[in-house]
Design a protein around this ligand. Structure first.
Ligand code: ISL
Length: 567
């Protein structure tokens, strides 16, 4: 059961542009990553995952690849990538790359060819469809699908008089996975190319989106204010998708001792998720579910935020931890990535009075979660969202800027003020995760000697890795301690089954983890007040393994206090 290497190693996600710059051009790079491998080893992670480093026009920060076999100049060269793989392996660190194969950049040669003419041999490598005409004879896209980044999911091509499909930006045309020749090129020239260079697996972008309903049906109206509707029911988790991923496993993954983690996007049904992650199904190792981390995001428009309660958090958390129990599936745990605001702002508090305790409470939750644990750069030092007084000029993300412009130009039908739009952006823009890592208290937080491409958060003087490395009470030291315990008690921490305690409690999340006869009890106060908690499982024999306050008192948890007991 525990044989696979990828189950017990915590993964550290690196978002290269904002991680560490070695050459002073203001953008992080591969040599910068190499210079920090000892820091990561000391933190206690066993694998790193790099968001895309391939050649790209960077419309969507590398999630728009124009050549899968080249490294983007801003990050370095192929020999830098090879050196990184070697340096990781020297330190017994595994390395995952980001596989973005639902779409390419419109600058990729494949798309340039596809666009040339209807008869080009690569025409069917992408989704092309003719227009339909409205009552007044006006030209309209083939259907009402909405792009994830706003507007129609179809873009008109004047030269060949057809539309192409883009679930994301118009510079990210969707690949047509129905084309077998294309699939084989992806397997051979993208996946095997990198696996043969020694990478240990992939994070697989938008893995549920490859198969589209070939009839491109209209989506039913969920947003009456818009012409464009959420249509993932027609392009996510389609039956053909399961065939493709099985084939990918047969032709590629099964031939390597590699790990795969798929991004499950809109998937909310655990039975559907199981079809990807059960080992007997022979597809991928595990998947990211977004039920928990998307709490509070609007649907269909994520910027239309809604309040959420701890009860919902508890519910989705247990749903997605229990779904793989008692079968041969595997799960993973994360609260942050490059598309999400910082976890301390969302689930804890960045108020100086509570910041440290809440960072540590969230770390306690993360470290005691079953499955493969993912930590996002800067999370280990409690980095926070961008300052609230920053204007739109500080933001860089295509999704955020598209949203802001649609409000400003009143092109979205939900007429709200620019201030309201900014308020939402301050809550959930993807840029909150994308400010540079705060390495030390020197200029630009030690991220670069040049001018950073996106500004460093002003709080780097008080929140940075160097100071925290020298402080045994810091958030970073706390993470190190937890990651050691996670290894020491791995059957409980990583493989244990999960049971809520006092499930109805609206302030405290507490649970038992068990494996055979051993048990762990975890209690976390998610409020800014002291609260009594259910101590019925604690006995004289119980051992307090971890607490994030200096003097824990018997049955009261201080604000954001967290404890782990070995029962
Ligand atoms: O569709 C979703 C939710 O219903 C999204 O969560 C979707 O899965 C997500 O936006 C996909 O993200 C990934 O692909 C994007 C890229 O911008 C993101 O950074 C990446 O994580 C396009 O490649």
């Amino acid at each position: 059961m525990n044989a696979e290497w990828w189950k017990n190693r915590a993964v550290y996600q690196i978002w290269p542009a904002s991680y560490k710059d070695s050459n002073g051009d203001g953008v992080g790079d591969i040599q910068g990553i190499i210079s920090t491998l000892d820091y990561l080893k000391e933190l206690g992670v066993g694998t790193i995952w790099l968001s895309p480093i391939f050649e790209s026009p960077q419309d969507d920060m590398g999630y728009d690849v124009s050549d899968y076999q080249k490294i983007d100049k801003m990050y370095g060269s192929i020999s830098d990538a090879e050196e990184l793989i070697e340096e990781c392996h020297k330190r017994d660190l595994k390395i995952l790359l980001d596989l973005v194969i639902n779409h390419t950049s419109s600058e990729h040669q494949w798309f340039k060819d596809s666009k040339k003419s209807k008869s080009n041999p690569r025409r069917n490598w992408y989704h092309w469809a003719g227009p339909i005409y409205g009552p007044d004879g006006q030209r309209c896209p083939p259907n009402n699908w909405r792009s994830n980044f706003g507007g129609s999911a179809w873009e008109w091509d004047e030269a060949t008089q057809e539309y192409y499909l883009h679930i994301f930006a118009k510079s990210q045309p969707d690949l047509n996975w129905e084309c077998e020749e294309l699939r084989d090129v992806i397997y051979e020239d993208v996946m095997k190319y990198w696996l043969d260079k020694g990478v240990d697996g992939f994070r697989i972008d938008a893995i549920t989106f490859y198969a589209k309903n070939p009839d491109y049906p209209y989506a039913s109206v969920t947003d009456p204010n818009s012409a464009w509707q959420l249509a993932s029911m027609h392009y996510s988790d389609q039956e053909r998708n399961f065939d493709y991923i099985r084939e990918m496993n047969e032709k590629v993954l099964s031939k390597y001792n590699c790990m795969t983690v798929g991004e499950f996007g809109p998937t909310r049904d655990t039975n559907v998720a199981l079809r990807y992650v059960k080992q007997s199904e022979k597809r991928i190792s595990m998947g990211f579910q977004f039920d928990t981390v998307n709490l509070g995001f609007g649907n269909p428009n994520r910027f239309e935020t809604v309040p959420f309660k701890l009860a919902q958090f508890k519910e989705t958390y247990s749903k997605w931890h229990k779904y793989v129990e008692n079968n041969d599936g595997w799960d993973c745990e994360f609260l942050e990535n490059h598309d999400l605001p910082r976890s301390v702002n969302r689930f804890g508090s960045d108020d100086p009075e509570f910041w440290e305790a809440s960072c540590k409470a969230l770390a306690t939750l993360e470290a005691t979660s079953s499955g493969t644990l993912f930590i996002y750069q800067g999370q280990e030092i409690g980095m926070t969202n961008m300052p609230k007084d920053w204007s739109i000029d500080e933001y860089r993300d295509i999704e955020t800027l598209n949203y802001y412009n649609s409000v400003k130009q009143k092109s979205s039908n939900s007429h709200i003020s620019n201030e309201k739009a900014m308020e939402r952006i301050r809550q959930i823009s993807r840029d909150h995760a994308r400010t540079p890592v705060q390495w030390n208290s020197s200029k630009h937080a030690g991220f670069t000697s040049g001018r950073p491409w996106i500004n460093v958060n002003k709080n780097y003087i008080s929140i940075n890795a160097e100071d925290q490395s020298n402080d045994e009470k810091s958030v970073l030291s706390f993470w190190k301690k937890l990651l050691l315990l996670r290894q020491k008690y791995l059957l409980l921490f990583i493989h244990g089954s999960f049971e809520h305690v006092d499930e109805k409690n609206t302030s405290i999340m507490s649970y038992i983890k068990h494996h055979e006869n051993s048990k762990l009890f975890v209690a976390l106060n998610f409020t800014k007040e002291s609260r009594n908690f259910d101590t019925s499982h604690i006995t004289k024999e119980s051992k307090l393994l971890v607490s994030n306050v200096s003097s824990p008192t018997d049955n009261t948890l201080l604000p954001y206090e967290g404890r782990i007991y070995l029962l």
